[in-house]
Design a protein around this ligand. Structure first.
Ligand SMILES: [Cu+2]
Length: 598
């Protein structure tokens, strides 16, 4: 046992201290009925840069926990930090007091204390675990889990690998949070160069400035503040997976980052998606997919005769990439593609899109070659009137009409709160209201709407096994995702978690509900429900709507899921961008038990 893991003999540094022992990248494997985990702190060095570290069993990521469906597991978690910690078993069906969310499921784990989780394993697939305390995920408190099925796997494979994507910073995450609250764009390297690359009219400049945003503000934090990691290793640190030509390789890809979306591709190698958030889907072949924070996709690839293939996890803002290699021999390396041009936000991403198909074909994603054209297109296409059948003057007329309807392009633009239902709390926590949010289940995500190959979107996901409950939902619950970029306030229905932590969203026992999430912000939010799977309303039959527990709600758009409320207790429901959750975008969901109590 490394010295740092021996609680009695180790100096307990602060939870995000940069002192203490060096924490290595990569992880071992644990299995069995009793698993012992120790949370401790130290420092990490990624590509020569030293940053804070919180490790589980001495590594980042923490150990792979590999269990089998049908077993019972006891997990003893010892806290060697100076602050409280917790472990949340992401995506697990379990008794709610084993879910690991301080303040909702249990009080948390005090320094020096050991907490024992125990629950039966009722599912199979790829999952992960992470801290639900403070900002500890940013410093490395996360790890992968695999639950092997009780029966046969639905697909065959020769190799089985985990690719856990994350983001590393040398900064204390509390410093990042405070800077996000005081200076939007501080961590966005694109800001200073944007106006040079893409000339704007004075009007456009004023609109973006009034929102304290730029069209490139699609992630709160990018490189170089972040270095993107593959299994804890930076892009130059040699993460590789061995293969022989013709083998079927299963890659279990987990987005374990604090705050990053990735666009994943393997140039020269198509990927067959076989599971989403741990749940089997009908195999679907793509060349690229976007993975939001906390999402999981299992893919099968069949490498050919090439010496190596690059697995590229490009950050959504294209400021950097996580990188690993499929290698036919140790050290084999493929060419790494350059970062693509950053995508641009559009008026469609402000909920002004009138597009029909859930797709926004406006000025987005034209890349550098079309940048000049894009700037010119902004007047019309960017307003959502990209349909060439709509004459420009008609489009302008529509805009004028909307302006008369309450929207002003001046002052507090795009904040017509009369568009919100009466149960939304109107206040300084809302700086934008989507005017015409459309369902974007068919949207592959920012930066991927115009790429010249096959890209996954939620409409392509189909549950492999039929869903148990195919009842029509008996009610529609509409929830608005709301925020104030400048003050970094985030919320559901205008209420930050601190204001509603005692006022849960209640579901009756076994109630079948359709939940509609409407994004009144310009950022994509990966919304996560604990303790249950929901089914994306993506055009599939009720029997085969894909089961997930994270759904990305695109900027200015809506997304829907159906839920059978059959796991009693109190569950966290939140944006999985860690700084958004910490900034208030979280609620408690209570499922009333069959006897009437929680
Ligand atoms: Cu969010």
């Amino acid at each position: 046992m490394p010295a740092w893991a021996q609680g009695h003999s180790v100096h307990r540094s602060g939870s995000h201290g940069r002192g203490g022992p060096r924490i290595p990248a990569g992880f071992g494997e644990l299995s069995g009925d009793v698993i012992d985990l120790t949370v401790g702190s130290g420092h990490r060095i990624v590509e020569g840069r030293r940053g804070p570290g919180i490790a589980v069993n001495g590594s980042v990521p923490g150990p792979l926990i590999r269990l089998r469906e049908g077993q019972n597991v006891r997990l003893n978690v010892t806290n060697n930090l100076e602050t409280d910690t917790s472990v949340h078993w992401h995506g697990f069906l379990l008794p709610f007091h084993m879910d690991g969310v301080p303040g909702i499921s249990f009080p948390g784990i005090k320094p020096g204390q050991t907490f024992t989780y125990e629950f039966p394993i009722r599912q199979s697939g790829t999952y992960w675990y992470h801290s639900h305390s403070g900002l500890q995920e940013q410093s490395g408190h996360y790890g992968p889990m695999i639950i092997d099925p009780a029966g046969a796997e639905p697909v065959q494979f020769d190799r089985d690998y985990i690719l856990l994507l994350s983001d590393f910073t040398v900064l204390d995450p509390h410093f990042i949070m405070s800077r996000l609250r005081t200076g939007e764009g501080y961590f966005n390297r694109q800001l200073s160069t944007w106006t040079d690359q893409y000339p704007m009219s004075a009007e456009e400049r004023r609109m973006w400035a009034e929102m304290r945003m730029m069209p490139t503000d699609i992630m709160d934090i990018g490189a170089p503040t972040y270095t993107f990691l593959a299994n804890g290793r930076g892009p130059t640190e040699g993460m590789e997976y061995l293969f022989r030509a013709g083998e079927r390789v299963r890659l279990r890809i987990i987005n374990g980052s604090a705050q990053s979306f990735f666009n994943v591709r393997i140039p020269g190698l198509p990927m067959t998606i076989i599971a989403a958030d741990g749940q089997n889907v009908r195999p679907v072949e793509v060349d690229e997919f976007q993975i939001g924070t906390a999402e999981i996709y299992d893919v099968i690839v069949t490498p050919g005769e090439a010496d190596a293939y690059a697995i590229v996890g490009e950050s959504m803002d294209r400021s950097g990439m996580a990188l690993a290699m499929l290698a036919s021999r140790p050290g084999a390396r493929a060419a790494v593609p350059a970062l693509r041009d950053p995508p641009l936000l559009t008026m469609g991403d402000m909920g002004m899109n009138h597009g029909s198909d859930g797709m926004d074909h406006s000025m987005m994603d034209h890349g550098g070659a079309a940048a000049d054209a894009a700037a010119g297109e902004m007047d019309h296409a960017a307003m959502g009137h990209s349909d060439p059948a709509v004459p420009a003057d008609a489009a302008d007329g529509a805009m004028a009409g909307m302006a008369m309807g309450g929207m002003s392009m001046d002052g507090m633009m795009m904040r017509d709160t009369t568009l919100l239902p009466p149960d939304v709390a109107i206040g300084p926590g809302i700086d934008m209201v989507s005017m015409a949010p459309t369902d974007k289940m068919g949207d592959p995500g920012l930066g991927l709407r115009d790429v010249p190959h096959r890209v996954l979107n939620y409409r392509m996901l189909t549950a492999l096994e039929a869903n148990h409950d195919t009842r029509e939902p008996s009610r529609l619950l509409e929830l608005h995702l709301t925020g104030n970029m400048e003050r970094y306030m985030w919320s559901f229905d205008g209420r930050m978690y601190s204001a509603v932590s005692d006022v849960p969203i209640r579901f009756a026992w076994n109630e079948r509900v359709r939940v509609k999430l409407i994004n009144n912000t310009m950022m994509a939010h990966p919304i996560h429900l604990h303790g249950m799977f929901f089914e994306l309303v993506n055009g599939e039959s009720a029997e085969h709507q894909p089961r997930k527990n994270v759904v990305i709600v695109q900027p200015g758009a809506s997304a829907q899921f159906d839920l059978t409320a059959n796991e009693p207790g109190d569950w966290a429901f939140h944006c999985h961008l860690m700084y958004h959750m910490h900034g208030g975008m979280m609620q408690t969901v209570t499922v009333v038990g069959p006897g009437g109590g929680a």
